[in-house]
Structures are given as C-alpha cells and as structure tokens.
Design a protein around this ligand. Structure first.
Ligand SMILES: Cc1ncc(COP(=O)(O)O)c(C=O)c1O
Length: 387
C-alpha cells in the first residue's frame, strides 16, 4: 500500500507505521446511512468535519499515529460536537411547533453555547439556567457565558446540585407554557430524546469510515471525551457495522455517573430511533473515569499540560473541561504501554474551546500579566525569556 498523506503534513514517521485494515459490513453501512437520512433535519453544521494528521503530536509522544477528527470545526458559534445533534433534535422540536427552548447545564457549557447559536439561527427564544461549578469565578462574563449572551440567550446563574438544576429548568418551562408558549425542554431536565442526540454520532462514525476509505487508510481505535450521547452513538454504529474499532472514552464527571450503563441505554434508544437490531451491553463500553480530577469543570495539571502540548505541536486548541482531560487520559495510557506505538488512534476533538478564555488562572496565564505590563518578554512555561 502506498504511503498515505492526510491533511496537514506527512512525514517519514507517518509512513513507517503499519496500517490496520478498514473492515466493516458494507450492506449495513448503506442501511445505517439510509436510516439516518430518513430523519428530519435542520442544517446547522459544516459537514463533513476535517480529519487531520497530528504527526508532530505523535512524534512528541513517541507514537501512536494520531489523527484528529475535528468535531470542534462544525462551524456554528465556534463549533463543537453538539451542533450535529441539534440538527436532528431541533428539527423534531420545530416540527412539533416549538417556539422557545429551555435548557440547563454548567456555566461554560459547550452544549448551551451551541444551543444558543442554533436557536438564534432558527429564530427560537432561548432560556438558559447555568450552574456555577467554580464558585465566584463563574460570575465572570467570559468564554461560553459571554457567547451565550452575545447570541441573544436569556441566562440566569444557579447554585445547587444537578437535580435541583433540572427542577429549576422544568419550572421555567412551565412558566413559559403558562404564557401560552410552545416550549421544548432540552437537557439537562429532559433526557427522553438522548437516543436522537446519539444518532448524530452514528453519523460521525459513518463519516469517518468514508474519510479513511478515501485516503486509503484505517485506524485501530477512537478516543473521545464523553459521558453519554457522543460515545453511545459511536458505540452503536461501531457494533452494528461489525466493530471496526476499539472505542475508548474519558468522562469529565469522575465516578459520579455509571457511564457504561448510561451509554448502553442511550445507544439502545438510538437503535430504536434508527430501527436497528443491535443491542449494546454495558460491558462493551470502555469509558475511563479516573482523569476527571476533583470534578466536572475543575482543571487538572495533567489536562493543562495536555492542552499546552497539543497547542504547541499542532496549533490546535483543546478545552479544559472535556477534551484536555481526554487527551491527558490518552497520554497516560500511552505512557503505561496500554496504547501501543503501532496503533492508529483517531482522537475525536469534540470542541468546547471557548471555555479556555474562562480558565486563565488554571492555565497559569493570569500570572503573566504583571511581567507583560512591565514590557518583558514572556512565554508560557518559561521562567524568564531573553529579549
Ligand atoms: C467539549 C465537549 N466534549 C464532549 C462532550 C461529551 O458529550 P456527551 O457527554 O454528551 O457524550 C461534551 C458535552 O457537553 C462537550 O462539551
């Protein structure tokens, strides 16, 4: 097989890595594509998202061969994995006559930012209840919160646990319904349509198969940040098509959620939506809980280092809440020899990047401002930089 050139630079390194075979059931692929195509859809995302070679990162880590599936490049208000999901979910909601959306999640939520943007595109009212996860620091109008406001969402900050947050969103939806509005209650309060969200990631797996095939290459494993719908969709499509890949996920919630059970249930709901005969069992889901650190939204030193490593080697920005923790997990497994240097890993970059603007302290960037104000040369990670 000739050496493969992917987007980005190609190198001796890339050529020297053995190629796995791309094996899947062709007839089932057509069936899956037809089932996805049959669902109502509104257009929101720039698709297909790019597949880039991350050769300098691969080299810095001493293998494996890493490709980035750029789901951060879906285009809507700085992109992310949720945009494709809203193509399906909001199509169903608008067909049902919805005119206002109520949703709740953490202050820097990637989900809510993309939802605010999708509502703006579709002319829907957007009401967001935002849970503070980092105390007063979450009052700062930065990152996702800044964008939610620019995108025209009506927002309110909230303190309390996830259950109380969902109740608050239900009450807000009820209040609007009393005003005579047709309301779509989204996550976190409504979990009845998570299968439809997951279908969007069945589509990603299909897209990836086409991209690898076009480039006459293949992969061994997908690596992803997820605690539910994203990995669930990949898992379902993967099993339905004859399991071409091992799929490894990293949860940002630690052990707060039984992700194996949650994902298998969501995958099976997605199978119902698509009319597929496949059942995903909890034990078939590989999802690591140990990279979340002190909890959701709380930065870890390993994730910060991973974020910097990727930025410096690939010019690609991860986010501190999801993707940097996923990358920290991948790096740990490489160092432990559990991901071998001969593998090809597709790292699915699910987005969330605007959150970096809300994490200058955790990323040790705020501390540089006094040196900058004195006109000194400054570089992250260097004590003093000669002029
Ligand atoms: C940046 C980013 N990556 C990954 C995910 C994973 O999504 P899920 O847990 O729904 O699979 C999210 C969810 O909000 C996210 O914001």
């Amino acid at each position: 097989m000739p050496p493969t050139r992917l987007a980005g630079c190609s190198s001796e390194w890339e050529i020297s890595i053995p190629r796995p075979r791309l094996a899947y059931d062709e007839r089932r692929l057509e069936q899956l594509e037809a089932s996805i195509r049959a669902l109502p859809r509104v257009e929101l995302a720039h698709l297909p998202t790019p597949l880039d070679a991350a050769d300098r990162l691969s080299q810095a880590l001493g293998g494996p061969r890493i490709l980035f599936k750029r789901e951060d490049a879906t285009g809507l208000a700085l992109g992310g994995n949720k945009t494709r999901m809203f193509e399906l979910v909001l199509a169903e909601a608008t067909e049902a006559g919805c005119e206002a959306v109520v949703a709740s999640s953490a202050v820097q939520s990637n989900y809510l930012r993309q939802l605010a943007a999708a509502c703006a595109r579709l002319g829907l009212e957007c009401h967001l209840i935002l849970k503070r996860v980092r105390g007063d620091r979450d009052n700062e109008v930065q990152g996702g919160l800044l964008l939610d406001l620019l995108l025209g969402a009506k927002v309110r900050l909230f303190d309390g646990d996830w259950e109380a947050l969902a109740l608050e969103a239900e009450e807000e939806a009820e209040r609007l319904r009393h005003q005579g509005k047709n309301v779509y209650l989204a996550r976190s309060a409504n979990t009845s349509d998570l299968g439809l969200y997951a279908v969007a990631y069945c589509e990603v797996l299909v897209e990836l198969i086409h991209q690898l095939k076009e480039r006459d290459t293949a992969a061994d494993r997908l690596w992803i940040a997820s605690s539910d719908t994203t990995q669930a969709g990949l898992a379902l499509a993967n099993k339905f098509l004859g399991s071409p890949w091992r799929i490894s996920g990293v949860s940002p919630f630690g052990d707060a959620i039984d992700t194996q059970t949650a994902m298998s249930e969501i995958a099976n709901d997605a199978a119902d939506v698509l009319g597929l005969d496949t059942v995903v069992e909890p034990h078939e889901i590989e999802n690591f809980l140990q990279y979340a650190g002190a909890g959701y939204g709380i930065a870890t030193p390993q994730a910060n280092s991973a974020l910097e490593l990727v930025a410096r080697n690939e010019g690609t920005l991860l986010d501190p809440v999801y993707t940097a923790k996923a990358m920290a997990g991948l790096i740990d497994k490489i160092e432990a020899g559990e991901v071998s240097e001969s593998e090809t890993v597709v790292f699915v970059h699910t987005g969330g990047t605007p959150a970096v603007f809300a994490y200058p302290d955790e990323l040790e960037l705020s501390a540089l401002s006094s040196q900058l104000s004195r006109g000194e040369w400054v570089q992250l990670g260097a004590d003093a930089v000669a002029g």
